[in-house]
Design a binder for this molecule. Structure first.
Ligand code: GLY
Length: 393
C-alpha cells in the first residue's frame, strides 16, 4: 500500500514538474521572441532626434501616434514589462525615456484615457522602480481625470461631444465601458496621497456602470449616454461594436478586467461578483481557440476578423480573477488564450509585423480603423498576461 502511495506521489510530482516546465517554456520563449521584435520597434522609434510612439503596422509601415492619443502609454508600458520579464536594465532605461516623453499628459483633460496613458507608463515606472517624480505626475493626472466627474450623474464623462465623430451622435455625457480601466489611476492616486476623493469618484463610477451598463446576461453595452444633471440614462448604444445590442469583444474584455481590478483595490464583493458574471458570459461565448471574434455577435462569424487584443486583455484579467478566487477554470481559460496567441496563427514571425508581437487585432471596424492589424495594446496586455502567468508559477 505504502509503495503505491509513494509511486502516486512521485507521479504527481513528475506531472507538476512537467507542467511547470511547459508553462515556463511558454513564458521563456515568448520573452525571447518579444526581445527580438520589440528591439526592432524600439530602434525605429528612437531613430532621428525625437522619440516616436509606435501604435500599429499597416501597408508595410509602422504608424506612430501623438502623445495625446489614447494608446500613447502602451509602448512605454511594454518596455517596462520587458524589463520585468528579462531583468535587463536596458529595457528599464528605454522605458523611462518613453515614459517621460508623456510628461504633458498629466494635464490632459479633454478625454478620459489619461488613465490608460499614465498607468501604463508612469504607473508601471513607479511600481517597478519607484522612480522619483512619478508620484507627482500620477497625482496631477488623477486631478485632470477627476475634472471629468459629473456629480449629478455620478460618472466620469468619457468623451467630449463638441468635436469629431462624437459630436454627431447627439450625446450629452457619453460613458464607455472602457472607462472602467481608467479608474486604476484614481485608486493609485488615493494610495499615494491618502486623499479619498479619487477613490470615491472611482467607486461612484463603478457603481453607476454596474447599475446601468449591463444586460441581464452580464454582457455590456459599449456606450451609455447620461443626462449629466439628473443621471437619467438617455441612450444605450455602440460606437465600435457591430450593433447597439451586440457584445463588442473588447468592451467585454474591459469590463472583465475593470471589475476584477476594482475589486482588488476596494475589496467590495459586488465588484468580484460582477467580474465573475462577466467571466461566465465570456467563457460561454468564446470560440474553440479562445481568441474572440471582434464582436461576439458579428453576423458573419466565422468569416470575420479575430481580435487578438481582446484575447490579451481577457487573458490578463482571467489570471487576475484566478488569483482573487482560485477558481481553476479562470486560469485554464487564460492559459488557453496564451497558448493560442503564442501559435503561428497570431504570433508574428521574427523580423515581420513591423516589430509588433501579435497579429490580427481590430481597432474599430465600424470606423474602418485598424482592421486586422497589430496593435500596441494587444502586445502590452499579452506581456502583462505572461508576467501574471509567471508569478502564478
Ligand atoms: N478604448 C478604446 C478601444 O478599446 O478601442
Amino acid at each position: 500500500m505504502n509503495s503505491i502511495k509513494t509511486i502516486a506521489a512521485l507521479a504527481a510530482t513528475l506531472c507538476l514538474a512537467v507542467c511547470f516546465r511547459q508553462a515556463d517554456r511558454l513564458v521563456i520563449e515568448n520573452t525571447e521572441n518579444a526581445k527580438v521584435q520589440l528591439s526592432a520597434l524600439l530602434a525605429l522609434s528612437e531613430e532621428g532626434d525625437t522619440l516616436r510612439i509606435p501604435s500599429t503596422f499597416k501597408d508595410g509601415a509602422v504608424e506612430f501616434v501623438p502623445e495625446d492619443d489614447w494608446v500613447s502609454g502602451f509602448f512605454a508600458g511594454s518596455l517596462w514589462y520587458m524589463y520585468e520579464l528579462s531583468g535587463d536594465e536596458f529595457w528599464a532605461d528605454h522605458a523611462r525615456r518613453h515614459t517621460e516623453k508623456l510628461d504633458t499628459i498629466q494635464y490632459l483633460k479633454w478625454h478620459h484615457d489619461v488613465g490608460f496613458m499614465i498607468s501604463g507608463s508612469y504607473g508601471n515606472g513607479l511600481r517597478i522602480k519607484n522612480t522619483p517624480g512619478y508620484k507627482e505626475v500620477i497625482l496631477n493626472a488623477a486631478k485632470s481625470l477627476s475634472t471629468r466627474f459629473r456629480p449629478g450623474a455620478g460618472v466620469l464623462q468619457s468623451w467630449n461631444v463638441d468635436r469629431g465623430w462624437q459630436a454627431e451622435r447627439g450625446w450629452e455625457c457619453p460613458v464607455i465601458i472602457d472607462n472602467m480601466m481608467n479608474l486604476e489611476l484614481l485608486f493609485n492616486a488615493t494610495r499615494i496621497s491618502g486623499d479619498s476623493t479619487y477613490f470615491n469618484i472611482a467607486v461612484s463610477h463603478a457603481d453607476k456602470t454596474l447599475q446601468n451598463h449591463f444586460r441581464p446576461d452580464a454582457s455590456c453595452y459599449h456606450v451609455l449616454d447620461y443626462d449629466p444633471q439628473t443621471g437619467e440614462v438617455r441612450q444605450r448604444c455602440t460606437a465600435q461594436g457591430y450593433a447597439d445590442e451586440s457584445a463588442w469583444a473588447r468592451g467585454q474584455a474591459w469590463a472583465l478586467y475593470g471589475y476584477a481590478m476594482t475589486y482588488a483595490y476596494t475589496g467590495f464583493g459586488r465588484y468580484l461578483s460582477q467580474a465573475e458574471k462577466i467571466a461566465a458570459y465570456i467563457m460561454g461565448r468564446l470560440p474553440e481557440d479562445g481568441v474572440p471574434y471582434w464582436d461576439f455577435d458579428a453576423p458573419d462569424i466565422p468569416d470575420t476578423f479575430r481580435d487578438a487584443s481582446s484575447a490579451s486583455i481577457m487573458a490578463s484579467a482571467f489570471y487576475h480573477l484566478y488569483s482573487l478566487t482560485r477558481n481553476s477554470l479562470y486560469r485554464k481559460t487564460a492559459d488557453k488564450m496564451l497558448v493560442s496567441l503564442s501559435s503561428e496563427a497570431y504570433l508574428a514571425r521574427q523580423g515581420t509585423n513591423g516589430g509588433f508581437i501579435l497579429k490580427h487585432s481590430v481597432g474599430s471596424l465600424p470606423h474602418g480603423n485598424n482592421i486586422d492589424v497589430p496593435l500596441n495594446y494587444a502586445d502590452y496586455y499579452f506581456l502583462e498576461a505572461l508576467l501574471k502567468r509567471r508569478r502564478l508559477e
